[in-house]
Design a protein around this ligand. Structure first.
Ligand code: FMN
Ligand code: SF4
Ligand code: SF4
Length: 433
């Protein structure tokens, strides 16, 4: 069995699966059971400054998006940071860490944006023997209006300044958690690096309204007839998170900065994808909230089987493996030609591919009177839409034309790699000639 042991910025855990800072990690009772279920680490639910505890709403705090089978695809929340007293959290963290020395325990923090507040909280947590801190610059609701969370995360200068304070006043490894509610994720990551962060984690939740009640005319979740924007997470956000992780992993300025990947991780495959794009480990929230702590067991066995199959001996063999294959559009091979192929044995004649291609793509699928569907190679631009709308897996596949073959649509012979920077239609190529 492959060795899943993980060393993330010096924080060791038996596997790379950590629970993200959220309700699954908000108390000793939960964290102990999470460790027993097999989680390699946890980031404790965000702690704030000492003082009157945070107040949450007393009505619904979640909204959701579901697939046709009622499977949860996206979760929206308006919950704040921990609403339990700081003293109790600190006592519980210390007690859990004492009993689970082999597991990672990172404390998430969010306090007002002044040096004294950060110095004070760092001093308060020192005694817990936690393995590190994660700075929550990501929460998009409630705390942002008070000048914390994503209000800090959206200003790179603040990120750099706070990270620097944290590194100055603490010897703990410091992970900066980034908000996706920003146009270029590389900027806050660069700021975190400049401030001395040991790693970044991303993504926190995305600003969102999941639905509107058409009878009460209010956004949901609805609190006494009113709603507000919340933080979106779960499987629906994974593509956004993957792209942001990849952007940081391949940027010259942030290359090599360790990344903890978060956002929609539900299966071992999701985790492997994040790691391939540069994440040293992953954090999970919605999947644990949907299916319970035991889902980590499928993640452990699935990743381990995959690594055995590929001959990977440690998780380090996975990390960043796909990064060199993430490129800009202009470098894609324009001489890579494929055509859609329909497997007639699998086809159930539903006609979805025909409707999609006929109405919104390139009129490249023919339907016979007997409802047999075939691809017209002289029209097919290989867009892949039919593959994505077909309800039968692998019924339509894209097949590569070999070099030397003629593309019936363009009449051109398939030749060697050439991209847009070399294409005769590119104005800069024309200018150079
Ligand atoms: C109910 C809820 C509460 C959360 N609270 C926190 C928090 O206190 N601190 C934090 O850094 N992130 C918080 N998050 C964000 C998660 O840690 C995570 O970044 C996000 O949910 C994306 O991961 P996922 O798609 O696996 O859920 C919360 C998420 C949810 C759903
Ligand atoms: S790949 Fe695109 S163009 Fe080709 S058949 Fe499918 S939908 Fe039509
Ligand atoms: S969408 Fe798939 S199953 Fe339906 S007709 Fe087209 S190829 Fe057949």
């Amino acid at each position: 069995m492959a060795n899943l042991a993980s060393d993330f910025i010096g924080i060791k855990s038996p596997n790379p699966f950590w629970l993200a800072s959220a309700p699954p990690t908000d108390k000793e009772y939960n964290v102990r059971r999470a460790y027993e279920a097999g989680w390699g680490g946890v980031v404790w639910k965000t702690l704030g400054s000492e003082g009157p505890p945070v107040v949450n709403v007393n009505g619904p705090r979640y909204g959701a998006i579901w697939g046709a089978d009622r499977r949860l695809l996206g979760l929206n929340n308006i919950e704040l940071i921990t609403d339990r007293p700081l003293e109790i959290n600190l006592r519980e963290i210390k007690s859990v860490k004492r009993d689970y020395r082999d597991r990672a325990l990172v404390i998430s923090l969010m306090v007002p944006c002044d040096e004294e507040s950060w110095k004070d909280i760092l001093h308060r947590i020192e005694d817990t023997e936690a393995d590190g801190v994660e700075l929550n610059f990501g929460c998009p609701h409630g705390m942002a209006e008070r000048g914390m969370g994503s209000a800090v995360g959206q200003v790179p200068e603040y990120i750099e300044m706070v990270t620097r304070w944290v590194k100055q006043h603490s010897r703990m490894p410091c992970i900066v958690k980034l908000t996706p509610n920003i146009s270029d994720i590389r900027k806050p990551a660069e700021a975190a690096k400049r401030g001395g962060a040991d790693a970044v984690s991303l993504i926190n939740t995305i600003n969102s309204i999941t639905s509107v009640n058409l009878d009460s005319f209010s956004p949901e979740p609805m609190i006494d007839g009113k709603g507000t924007h919340g933080g979106y997470c779960g499987p629906a956000v994974k593509p956004i998170a993957l792209n942001m992780v990849a952007e940081i992993a391949r940027s010259m300025e942030t290359r090599g900065l360790p990344i903890s990947g978060i956002g929609g991780v539900t299966t071992w495959r999701d985790a492997a994808e994040f790691m391939m794009l540069g994440a040293g480990n992953v954090q999970v929230c919605t999947a644990a909230m949907t299916y319970g702590f035991k889902i980590v067991q499928e993640m452990i066995s699935g990743l381990s089987d995959y690594m055995d199959q590929k001959g990977f001996t440690s998780t380090a063999d996975l990390v960043g493996r796909a990064v060199p294959n993430v490129t800009d559009w202009q470098y894609l091979n324009l001489n890579y030609v494929t055509k859609a192929r329909i497997d007639q044995d699998l086809c159930i004649s539903c006609g979805r591919c025909f409707a999609a291609c006929e109405d919104t793509s390139h009129q490249a699928i023919a339907m016979s009177p007997e409802r047999v569907f075939t691809v017209k190679d002289d029209e097919c631009v290989a867009c892949n839409l039919c593959v994505n709308v077909c309800p039968v897996e692998n019924c339509i596949t894209m097949t590569e034309l070999p070099k030397g073959a003629v593309d019936e649509r363009t009449g051109r012979v398939v030749s060697d790699y050439a991209n847009w920077t070399q294409h005769p239609n590119n104005p800069s190529v024309q200018a150079a000639e």
